[in-house]
Design a protein around this ligand. Structure first.
Ligand SMILES: [Zn+2]
Length: 75
């Protein structure tokens, strides 16, 4: 299961967590991600905030592939 962190403003994929073991950190919380990657979206400059429960979206594998294709620069 992959977890994508997407900008609320422009839908830019900020970070992709592919699987446990991809690095030594594990699944980052949104605040950890702000510390590790950036506190702002690299595309639109929007301040990255903590997601609410309505911001979590589960997508099917096929849809994920489309999203990943768009964000392939991050993989
Ligand atoms: Zn953005």
């Amino acid at each position: 299961m992959a977890v994508l962190y997407v900008c609320r403003g422009c839908d830019e994929v900020i970070y992709i967590f592919n699987r446990v073991g991809q690095d030594s950190f594990g699944l980052p919380t949104p605040s950890e991600l702000r510390g590790r990657v950036s506190s702002k979206c690299p595309k639109c400059g929007r301040e990255l905030g903590a997601p609410g429960i309505n911001d979590v979206i589960i997508v099917k594998r096929g849809e994920l592939r489309k999203i990943l294709k768009k964000a392939s620069g991050l993989l």
